[in-house]
Design a protein around this ligand. Structure first.
Ligand SMILES: *[C@@H]1O[C@H](CO)[C@@H](O)[C@H](O)[C@H]1NC(C)=O
Ligand SMILES: *[C@@H]1O[C@H](CO)[C@@H](O)[C@H](O)[C@H]1NC(C)=O
Ligand SMILES: *[C@@H]1O[C@H](CO)[C@@H](O)[C@H](O)[C@H]1NC(C)=O
Ligand SMILES: *[C@@H]1O[C@H](CO)[C@@H](O)[C@H](O)[C@H]1NC(C)=O
Ligand SMILES: *[C@@H]1O[C@H](CO)[C@@H](O)[C@H](O)[C@H]1NC(C)=O
Ligand SMILES: *[C@@H]1O[C@H](CO)[C@@H](O)[C@H](O)[C@H]1NC(C)=O
Ligand SMILES: *[C@@H]1O[C@H](CO)[C@@H](O)[C@H](O)[C@H]1NC(C)=O
Ligand SMILES: *[C@@H]1O[C@H](CO)[C@@H](O)[C@H](O)[C@H]1NC(C)=O
Length: 554
């Protein structure tokens, strides 16, 4: 049974016994029935510092914290700096440079999408007998119906095709055009008009869980709008009652609304986990909560996230754009802060293995399965990662163990008139995460987990809170050495210097050469980026003010 022994020291004896019983049941059968349900909850543009499981109590997220501390905080998890590439990597297990998504995002007037040659996550899950549903955002192409979710392995899709939208009217202004963007499968639906996206998506997700046939496992992707900005005319949107909760604690008005958007997300996670418990599915479910890329702070992209103390923002190759908030829960993954390096492309093999699939079926991918690392504490198979190579922006960054090389035009000026190379979103507040313990312990998630035998204990949570925080503090005594990636590559030891303040390129010139060689070896395998040229035919004004699969109608 060493297969199921954990390195985890905090886990109580009784839980261990319970866990073994549970695991034995799971592997006791090879029927599809025993495959775990997989619920992947994806936040849009949430920052590192926007959840209280990372050491900041400014925005209490008791449900997400309960999930994270009952399962594993993924403290060393990296995504792409933008939505489309991250989402492409999640569903293909490949790095965006290998699927043509290395630059920018798919726009409303893009004539193509994630290459149709790629077989993607819901298709693999379907083969293993799963029901597959997408709720919320897609953002991997819609110019022709074949690019849309229900043609790519999802049994159903309820949500939108583009990158963001107004939380209430569900329109999106993109590429200079404006139109409505909400569908049930291929049908444009107007019922959600006037209803807040996070609520709409939560309700749909809960319904999918309630209606899931008991003889089939469920793969559900809940891909939220939140906390991305809504429309240009109303970028920060949340119900007033949630905003009011932060009336006394958050002075900055924009940050206050942002906090309410995150609060709604937290509420949503609570409701989804409770629905799984009620349906008696929770004890055989893997739940992931992750952001797609770093946050957009201090008005960048009109938003008010925070990646503090990490450097940079969304759409940059600094840690703040790429090292993102994430956690995972399953009955097999308990009470850990994981420092294992993980890349967004690792989800496909990890979840495929969790589902009982043989990862060799996945062919030539970049991701590696971390399932045994997460469940059994085996060493992480990942030692390096490519942040990105973008030859349009002219920037790139690569990682080997704790070393990171970053170079080129890191801060692109799409959203702002100044480079975003600094540290943003440092808010002071008068509470600590320890003050949140009572809220965490009586959250919907904590109670749901308790109902299936996984009780959270205050002392254990406290220790994990500290562990999650301490490992990403800037070392204030470390002497700074400035860096100008625009002219020369910079080198950081992000283990000792997670805040990227001490450029060691001069001290470690041999390492710089080695890292450049590593980067080149990645670059040699890159494929051409997809065609992001503009197509005015796509404009909703031509299609009843709806963003549509316009190429099918030409
Ligand atoms: C989960 O709980 C339900 C209801 O108590 C039970 O029937 C089922 O066998 C359990 N499944 C696992 C994997 O423990
Ligand atoms: C498992 O799922 C596969 C693929 O959908 C299906 O062919 C097979 O019949 C299922 N097995 C059971 C026992 O339901
Ligand atoms: C924090 O500050 C708010 C507003 O000033 C106040 O209402 C609250 O009591 C303070 N909390 C603590 C724990 O000091
Ligand atoms: C996975 O598939 C490969 C190739 O078909 C096979 O060699 C290997 O034994 C399989 N692994 C498991 C655990 O079934
Ligand atoms: C790209 O960035 C590098 C620095 O990393 C610089 O040397 C080079 O001139 C830049 N190329 C262009 C076309 O701007
Ligand atoms: C970086 O890219 C922006 C456009 O996104 C451009 O305006 C700026 O001049 C570039 N900076 C350098 C140093 O090349
Ligand atoms: C911070 O940096 C100083 C100077 O290099 C070093 O002596 C110290 O061990 C570091 N502290 C931590 C916690 O890493
Ligand atoms: C990657 O290779 C292309 C040629 O295929 C070259 O133009 C580009 O400068 C290279 N980028 C890096 C970061 O080496």
């Amino acid at each position: 049974m060493s297969k199921f022994s954990f390195s985890n020291k905090i886990m109580s004896q009784s839980r261990y016994v319970l866990l073994l019983l549970c695991v034995v049941k799971v592997v006791g059968s090879v029927e599809n029935l025993s495959r775990p349900n997989i619920i992947f909850i994806l936040a849009d543009d949430a920052g590192w510092n926007d959840f209280s499981f990372h050491g900041s109590a400014q925005i209490p997220t008791p449900n997400i914290d309960a999930l994270a501390f009952s399962g594993a905080v993924l403290n060393n998890y990296y995504a792409s700096p933008l939505c489309t590439p991250s989402r492409g990597a999640i569903v293909t297990g490949k790095h965006p440079i290998h699927i043509g998504l290395q630059h920018y995002v798919i726009r409303g007037d893009t004539a193509t999408g994630l290459p149709l040659s790629e077989k993607i996550l819901p298709e693999y899950m379907r083969e293993l007998g799963y029901s597959t549903h997408l709720v919320g955002k897609w953002h991997l192409g819609h110019a022709e119906r074949v690019y849309s979710p229900t043609y790519r392995g999802f049994d159903s899709h309820f949500g939108y095709w583009l990158g963001y939208q107004d939380y209430y009217d569900h329109t999106c202004a993109d590429a200079g055009y404006w139109g409505y963007d909400f569908r049930k499968n291929m049908d444009v639906v107007y019922q959600p008009f006037g209803r807040y996206n996070t609520d709409t998506f939560t309700q749909e997700s809960v319904q999918i869980i309630q209606e899931q046939p008991t003889e089939k496992p469920l793969f559900l992707m809940v891909s939220h709008t939140a906390p991305h900005t809504g429309s240009d005319y109303n970028p920060l949107q949340a119900p007033q009652e949630n905003i009011d909760k932060f009336q006394d604690s958050i002075e900055d008005e924009n940050r206050r609304v942002y906090a309410a958007m995150v609060d709604k997300l937290d509420e949503s996670v609570g409701k989804i986990v409770a629905a799984l418990a009620e349906k008696e599915m929770l004890n055989n479910t893997v739940i992931i909560f992750a952001s797609d890329n770093g946050g957009a702070p201090e008005g960048y992209n009109l938003n008010y996230g925070s990646n503090w103390p990490l450097r940079g923002v969304k759409n940059t190759l600094w840690e703040g754009g790429t090292r993102v908030a994430a956690c995972i829960w399953s009955p097999n993954i308990l009470n850990r802060v994981s420092s294992d390096m993980m890349h967004v492309s690792d989800w496909l093999p990890t979840l495929y293995e969790a589902a009982g699939g043989n990862v060799t079926n996945l062919g030539q991918i970049d991701g590696v399965s971390l399932w045994n690392t997460l469940t059994k504490g085996e060493p992480s198979p990942r030692h390096e990662l490519l942040y990105n190579i973008d030859d349009v922006y002219n920037n790139s960054a690569v990682r080997f163990e704790s070393w990171k090389l970053v170079q080129g035009n890191i801060s692109t000026l799409d959203f702002a008139p100044v480079p975003w190379d600094g540290w943003y979103g440092h808010y002071t507040h008068n509470t600590t995460v320890t003050d949140l313990l009572p809220q965490i312990l009586r959250s919907r998630v904590a109670l749901s987990l308790q109902s299936i035998g996984f009780s959270l204990e205050a002392e254990a949570v406290k220790q994990l809170q500290q562990a999650a925080d301490i490992r990403v503090r800037c070392n204030e005594t470390l002497p700074e050495i400035t860096c100008d990636p625009y002219t020369r590559p910079c080198l950081f030891n992000v283990l000792e210097d997670p805040c990227e303040k001490r450029n060691l390129a001069n001290e470690e010139s041999i390492l710089v050469e080695q890292m450049l060689a590593l980067l080149k070896s990645y670059n040699d395998t890159a494929r051409e980026m997809i065609d992001l040229s503009h197509h005015p035919e796509a404009a909703p004004v031509n299609w009843d003010f709806v963003w549509t699969n316009w190429k099918d109608y030409l």
